[in-house]
Design a protein around this ligand. Sequence first.
Ligand SMILES: Cc1cc2nc3c(=O)[nH]c(=O)nc-3n(C[C@H](O)[C@H](O)[C@H](O)COP(=O)(O)OP(=O)(O)OC[C@H]3O[C@@H](n4cnc5c(N)ncnc54)[C@H](O)[C@@H]3O)c2cc1C
Length: 471
Amino acid sequence: MAAFDRAESLQRLAEERFDLLVIGGGITGVGVALDAASRGLRTALVEQDDFASGTSSRSSKLVHGGLRYLQQGEVRLVYEALAERQVALRNAPHLVRPLPFLVPILTRDGLVGRRLARALGGALWMYDLTGGLRIGKVHRRVSREAALAHMPTLRAGRLAGAYLYYDAQADDARLTLAVGRTAAVGYGATLANHAVVTGLLDDGGRIRGAVVEADGERLEVRAEAVVNASGVWADEVRALDEAAEPLHLRPAKGIHVTVPWSKVRNDIAAIVPVPRDRRSIFVVPWDGFTYIGTTDTDYDGPLDDPQCTPEDVDYLLDAVNAALTEPLHRSDVVGTWAGLRPLLGDCESERTADLSRRHTVVRSPRGLVTVTGGSSPPTAAWPPTPSTPWSSNSGGAGRAAPGASGSSARPRPPTLPSTSPGGTAARPRSCSLSSTPTPRWPRPSCPACPTCGPRPSTACGGRWPGPLTTS
Ligand SMILES: Cc1cc2nc3c(=O)[nH]c(=O)nc-3n(C[C@H](O)[C@H](O)[C@H](O)COP(=O)(O)OP(=O)(O)OC[C@H]3O[C@@H](n4cnc5c(N)ncnc54)[C@H](O)[C@@H]3O)c2cc1C
């Protein structure tokens, strides 16, 4: 397998003409690049910072259908996400693994909310039938003792039993890198990080490439079609296309806190309801730690640097403490991360939690295709369909992809390789996540940061503050 060489990529960006240029190296952008390159299109991708430095390293790290989205009536979204979960489990078993979830049935004043328990059971049947079953297991109800065996810190007095169901977990940053690497090394796409789009090129009223700044140089990258996969920055990129109305993204901030696993002792993930709020939070074991999240609040601060506030942390601790016998304190928090969901604005919904997580594809009058949405599509554009906008728009002949007979042919889904390309450019800055993947989760090389290893970097949002103080 060839190595990944950023200098060579920048040279190719300046000299070659591409069928497709993708803006943004998050999971959406690399997914689009893999789709296009594996169809045989000459594909380029530029990322302003590091690959996965945006929302794609700051998620809850679940590859799931979204049990909650069924409540919102988003059956199709759940169906598609569960189908994608299966593709991810099959294609990247070294990165995506099944994860059982415990849904405790909590009593109020010693009484089991029978209606609630029945509704929960019904929702889980629906989840299974919508595609959850593909994982090979059906949800089931378990006793209070069995629930406590999975999470001994749950308040036994409030516990009437629990449901167990199955979803999956992945290291989001690593998955993004693996998809990007497959596009570059396996299918010849040209990827460059630290390459920011500052303008769009117009040719006869059509967008035909972008102005890219990298290493102090200004490059003109020529492409038949341009896809804007820049997540919460999508409106900024659309503003470069004067003919495009902004999408009016409504960024929603979500934070997570990490505590030592010994404080919670859950051997599987759990979903805990937030008192006095129509939300639940995840409590997820992660290699010696447990992370808890997430919040879901409107955000109008700087997109590049969302922060966890003490109020955010208190919200999560209060929520989880309502279900635990041994309360967690701020001093137990050893790390935090914050991310922004690129949700489309909706004046009707007061709460960002109620906004749809469905992704949206829009094409501007000059042909800029923008893909944005609120849930990771790890293989969103995979297997590719002939209706994928960039395949019909490119018009380029492209190169023959392995297994493809034409640009709209359905090649066999690529299996993400479990070996590292060896190049440095494909790695997040100072992050050990992209070291050679192993069939099991990598143990952090630094006891200080369970996510990034040696130094704080993209995967924890660049902040690894150590124990949180009360300030
Ligand atoms: C708290 C939280 C929890 C979540 N949990 C889950 C979960 O458990 N499961 C799930 O499926 N989804 C989850 N999501 C949603 C998921 O993380 C996002 O939908 C997904 O990561 C978005 O990916 P993206 O590629 O669209 O955006 P991003 O990852 O943000 O990528 C966009 C990229 O574009 C780059 N860019 C921007 N402007 C330019 C420019 N001018 N030039 C070049 N590059 C540019 C940025 O640097 C960035 O890297 C969660 C989201 C949040 C916030």
